[in-house]
Design a protein. Structure first.
Length: 198
């Protein structure tokens, strides 16, 4: 568990390496607003942070653990596809942290793998040409953590712009109150929320 001072030092270290606030938020599993707040040193004056740090390093250090979590996500996808009566053509992993899980899920489900890279400074992103194409595919989106839903929303919009159909999004942890973005159901293994703060 990081203290605020440790998070600040880590954020500053990543900033010095040229990472954007969005990239730092992805690396530290914090919202972009929290990273901006940390980097402004406002936390020195105001200790009432409105975010939850999510760490899953214990899962990420071994492929077998990622595989086990991917199996759980596959079960959720099967459940949702039966309830929603939809088929799936492809699994999309959002760079960086969604890709290992998406890779294992596509393997277990024998579906195509799509890789999406959100642009750190713009509202859009791009699909890696080394993997499957989006057009005319029914897609499940995979990521590790969603805080505000902005990355998922951008991903969904870009998939639709490329002619794909997003059927479901699954994340390890959701910090959002909503279970849907732009008509797409979001499932999470865990939901993180602040208690006692307005």
């Amino acid at each position: 568990m990081y203290s605020l001072e440790e998070l600040y030092r880590k954020a500053m270290e990543l900033k010095s390496k040229g990472m954007s606030d969005k990239e730092i938020s992805t690396e530290l599993h914090l919202s972009v607003n929290t990273v901006t707040w940390l980097l402004s040193k406002d936390f020195v004056k105001h200790k009432d942070v409105q975010d939850v740090k999510i760490g899953w390093r214990s899962l990420g250090v071994y492929g077998g653990r990622i595989s086990s979590i991917a199996e759980v996500i596959c079960d959720i996808i099967y459940e949702e596809s039966e309830k929603g009566e939809f088929d799936i053509d492809a699994i999309l992993g959002i760079t960086v942290n969604g890709i290992p899980f998406a890779t294992m899920i596509s393997y277990f489900m024998e579906k195509e793998l799509i890789v999406y890279r959100p642009h750190p400074a713009r509202k859009d992103g791009y699909f890696s040409s080394n993997f499957a194409a989006v057009k005319d595919k029914k897609i499940v989106v995979i990521d590790d953590v969603t805080s505000t839903g902005e990355t998922l929303r951008r991903t969904i919009n870009d998939i639709r712009a490329e002619g794909g159909d997003v059927k479901l999004a699954v994340v390890l942890v959701s910090k959002m109150k909503d279970d849907e973005i732009d008509g797409v159901r979001i499932r999470s293994l865990f939901r993180a929320s602040l208690i006692g703060k307005e």
